[in-house]
Design a protein around this ligand. Structure first.
Ligand code: ADP
Length: 440
C-alpha cells in the first residue's frame, strides 16, 4: 500500500532547500578535503625529493672515496691489518661504508639535527649492507623519535659487488615544514568550513530563486483568473435569478439571452486561460516547420472578413513579398494574427479600415497591422501585454478578457521575434511583428 503525504508549497520549498544545502555542503567539503589533501601530498613528495637529492649530491663525492677505501681495505685485510676510519663530527649526511663481508670500513657517528650518536642506527642498518640488491634503495627509519632517510647504495667495481654505502639524512626539517603545513591546513579547513556554510546557504537560495518566481507567477495567474471570472459569474447569477423570478415569458427570454452572453464570455476566458496555461507548459517544445507567413495571414484575413464587415470595418492586405518563409508553428502564428486583426477591428471606428502589410527587411520579416480606431492612451501602453489588462475605454465599449496580447507576445517570443506597438489615443494603432526569416 503506498502512502501519499500532501505537502504545502512552503514545506516543499523548505525541504528542497534543506536537501540542496546538504548536497552543496557535501560537494564543497569533498572538494576542500581533496584540495587540501592533494596539496599535503604534493608538498610531502617534493620535500622528500629534495632530501633524496641532498643524499645523491653527497654520493657524488662519497662513492669514489668509498671505492678507494674498499680497495685499500682489501689490500690491508690481505695483510691482516685492516682498520675502519671513524668520524665523530656532526655531518649533514652521515655515511657508513661496509665491505662485501659486512665489515664497517668507514663510519660517521654524528648526524646534524639528531642528538646523540647514530651508531646504533647504522648497526641496525647493517642488514641492508649484506644484500643491498642491484640498485639504490631508500628507507625511512626512526631513531629516538626522529625520522631519518636512509639511502642504500651498492658499490660495484668491474661488475663485482665490493661493498655497500649507507647514508643517513635527517628529515627533521621536512617534518617541521609538514607540521607547520598541517597546522595551517587545519586553520584553513576551519575557515573553509565557515565559508562552505555561507556558500551552501547562498547557493541553495539562488538555485531556488527561479522556482520561487515560477510559483509566484503561477499564484498570480490563478489569482488573476479567479478575479477575472468572479465578475461575469456574479452577473450571470444575477441574470439567472431574474429569469427564475420573472413570470413574463418575454422578459424571462431576455434574461436567459443575457445569461447566454455571459456564458459565452466565461467560456472565452476559460479557453484563453487554458491556451496560456498550455503554452506556459509547452515553452520551448513547440513543433516547428517552414511556414509561409503571407499564406497564413491571407487565410486569417479571409476568415475575419465577415466579422469585420459586421462591425462595419474593411480589411486590406498588401504584400511586398508573398514568398517569405520562417521556421515556426503555423497554428500559433495563426492565433497571433487573429488576435491582432480582431483587436484592430474591435477597437476601430464605424466605416474604419484595417491595413495589413507584409515586407522583408534583411534577415527579418515584418508584419504590420494598422487601424485608425480609438488608439491606446499613453498610460495604458506599457500594460497592454500584461495578462487581463484592459484599457478603460475598451472595457466600456468592447467585450474581451485582456489575455489576447499576452498570448500574442508569448507566441512572438517563442518564435524569437519582437512585437511593438505605436499608438495615439483617438488616432489609431499599429502593431508590428518582426520575425527572423528561415535560413535557406
Ligand atoms: P482584450 O482585447 O480582450 O481586451 P487584449 O489583450 O487583446 O485583450 O488587449 C489588451 C488591451 O489592449 C485592450 O483591452 C485594449 O485596451 C488595448 N488594445 C489592444 N489592441 C488595440 C487596438 N488595436 N486599438 C486600441 N486598443 C487596443
Amino acid at each position: 500500500m503506498s502512502k501519499v503525504v500532501a505537502q504545502s508549497e512552503k514545506t516543499l520549498l523548505q525541504r528542497t532547500e534543506r536537501q540542496l544545502i546538504l548536497w552543496f555542503a557535501f560537494a564543497l567539503v569533498i572538494f576542500a578535503a581533496l584540495l587540501l589533501g592533494s596539496i599535503y601530498y604534493v608538498l610531502q613528495n617534493s620535500l622528500l625529493q629534495t632530501s633524496y637529492q641532498e643524499v645523491e649530491r653527497e654520493w657524488q663525492q662519497k662513492v669514489p672515496e668509498a671505492l678507494h677505501i674498499l680497495q685499500e681495505h682489501d689490500g690491508e685485510s690481505n695483510t691482516s691489518s685492516s682498520s675502519s676510519s671513524v668520524d665523530t663530527a656532526p655531518e649533514d649526511v652521515a655515511t657508513w661504508v661496509f665491505s662485501a663481508h659486512g665489515e664497517v670500513v668507514r663510519a660517521d657517528y654524528s648526524l646534524a639535527h639528531v642528538t646523540g650518536s647514530v651508531k646504533t642506527l647504522f648497526q641496525g642498518a647493517s642488514q641492508y649492507a649484506k644484500h643491498p640488491g642491484p640498485t639504490i634503495r631508500w628507507e625511512i627509519v626512526s631513531l629516538r623519535d626522529a625520522n631519518i632517510l636512509l639511502g642504500i647504495h651498492p658499490l660495484y667495481q668491474k661488475n663485482t659487488w665490493v661493498g655497500t654505502l649507507i647514508s643517513a639524512y635527517s628529515l627533521a626539517a621536512m617534518q617541521q615544514t609538514m607540521h607547520v603545513f598541517v597546522t595551517v591546513d587545519i586553520e584553513l579547513g576551519l575557515a573553509s568550513l565557515i565559508l562552505i556554510i555561507i556558500l551552501t546557504f547562498t547557493l541553495a537560495r539562488r538555485s531556488l530563486r527561479p522556482v520561487r518566481h515560477a510559483l509566484q507567477r503561477q499564484r498570480n495567474f490563478v489569482n488573476d483568473a479567479a478575479h477575472e471570472l468572479r465578475t461575469p459569474l456574479t452577473i450571470l447569477r444575477g441574470n439567472l435569478e431574474l429569469a427564475h423570478m420573472e413570470s413574463s415569458p418575454a422578459l424571462m427570454k431576455e434574461a436567459i439571452k443575457l445569461s447566454l452572453t455571459d456564458v459565452d464570455y466565461i467560456s472565452d476566458v476559460v479557453s484563453s486561460l487554458s491556451t496560456l496555461a498550455r503554452y506556459g507548459l509547452q515553452s520551448g517544445g513547440m513543433k516547428v516547420a517552414s511556414v509561409n507567413v503571407s499564406e497564413v495571414l491571407t487565410r486569417c484575413v479571409q476568415d475575419l472578413t465577415l466579422f469585420a464587415s459586421q462591425q462595419g470595418v474593411s480589411l486590406e492586405i498588401s504584400m511586398a513579398d508573398s514568398t517569405a518563409v520562417i521556421q515556426g508553428n503555423a497554428a500559433q502564428l495563426r492565433q497571433l494574427f487573429v488576435i491582432l486583426l480582431e483587436n484592430a477591428v474591435k477597437y476601430n471606428v464605424p466605416n474604419g479600415a484595417v491595413e495589413v502589410s507584409v515586407s522583408k527587411k534583411g534577415d527579418f520579416l515584418h508584419v504590420s497591422v494598422q487601424d485608425h480606431g480609438i488608439g491606446i492612451p499613453a498610460d495604458d501602453l506599457p500594460h497592454i501585454f500584461d495578462r487581463f489588462y484592459r484599457g478603460e475605454q475598451s472595457r466600456q465599449e468592447q467585450s474581451g478578457s485582456g489575455i489576447g496580447l499576452a498570448i500574442a507576445e508569448w507566441i512572438v517570443e517563442n518564435h524569437n521575434g519582437r512585437i511593438e506597438v505605436f499608438s495615439e489615443s483617438g488616432k489609431g494603432s499599429t502593431f508590428t511583428v518582426t520575425l527572423p526569416l528561415a535560413t535557406p
